[in-house]
Design a protein around this ligand. Structure first.
Ligand code: BV8
Ligand code: ZN
Length: 245
């Protein structure tokens, strides 16, 4: 099966990828919906939405400070490096990610579209002042804006919030021109991210899914490899490198 996927990748005119929390799982970052997932202890309604933040900003900030700590001290894994290698070989054109960690960039990926924002980014709820951080804020106290003293929030997209329009537009453009998409480590339930691979498919393109478990995308995917992204993407990058160099 991996050979067929390598052939599809080598024959692709324009290859893109969509990744989810599963590609960071082997870096020790818990996924959202897996058995030990982040959402198990809490529900998305409780934390990753504006109402929850308005109701209890300290609880939401504590959760994000904890996730920032985990992400900033994690290392990219083989999956992140494999995507970066495919980009370096000129094979992968664009990497679209739902992840809010920066492990793709730290592994060397350059052309990354963050659909749901980033834990590196913090934004003022009032004046919109946005800046990058290298470590989580200490909570309490609640972090406030150095410009207008209003409450700061994590620079991520919460449920019910629209995705950054420029990023979303670029992502839709990518799937309009792509003829092959690798979908790795996502449960393919969150919209509009989950609809991106279907646009490639509807235009006659090829979907490669890499996931240890079944997802709603599995039945429409042309190839589904039931495995971990680190191992599978590592193998794919190796085989592509052998074929090209
Ligand atoms: C919007 C950022 C519109 C914050 C996140 C009903 C139907 C359709 C849609 C909706 C609906 N009701 C509501 C909606 C819209 C909603 C939505 O999609 N809800 C779903 C749940 C039904 N979407 C939104 O609200 C979006 N905004 O639609 O706005 C709008 C229009 C007008 C006006 C206003 C608004 C915003 C969505 C973004 C939400 N933010 N996160 C944060 O991270 O804290 S979503 C969150 O889920 C993360 O970003 C995450 O990336 C994303 C998707 O999860 P996955 O990445 O797939 O992770 P998951 O744990 O689910 O799966 C991991 C997978 O990896 C598993 O399949 C597992 O098997 C696999 N795996 C595990 N280990 C490995 C592995 N794979 C490979 N290797 C391994 N080793
Ligand atoms: Zn401000």
């Amino acid at each position: 099966m991996v050979e067929d996927v390598v052939d599809a990748i080598l024959n692709a005119r324009y290859l893109v990828a969509l990744t989810g929390a599963g590609v960071s799982a082997e870096s020790g970052i818990p996924t959202f919906r897996g058995k030990d997932g982040l959402w198990n202890k809490y529900r998305p309604e409780e934390l990753a939405n504006p109402e929850a933040f308005a109701r209890d900003p300290e609880k939401v900030w504590r959760w994000y400070a904890w996730r920032m700590e985990k992400v900033f001290s994690a290392e990219p894994n083989r999956a992140h490096y494999a995507f970066a290698e495919l980009e370096g070989m000129g094979v992968l054109k664009t990497l679209i990610t739902q992840n809010v960690d920066d492990l793709h960039e730290r592994a060397g990926s350059k052309n990354v579209l963050h659909l749901h924002g980033s834990l590196r980014s913090v934004r003022c709820t009032k004046c919109g002042y946005t800046f990058e951080v290298n470590e989580p804020p200490k909570i309490p106290p609640l972090p406030t804006c150095e410009r207008c003293s209003s409450l700061l929030r994590p620079g991520v997209v919460w449920f019910g919030e629209t995705l950054p329009p420029d990023i979303l537009e670029r992502a839709f453009h990518e799937v309009e021109v792509a003829d092959t998409i690798i979908v790795a480590g996502t449960s393919a339930v969150v919209q509009p991210a989950a609809s991106l691979p279907l646009i490639v498919k509807r235009r006659g393109g090829v979907i490669v899914e890499i996931n240890p478990t079944e997802t709603p995308l599995s039945e429409v995917a042309d190839f589904t490899i039931r495995g971990k992204a680190g191992e599978v993407m590592g193998q794919i990058a190796e085989e592509v490198k052998k074929a090209l160099f």
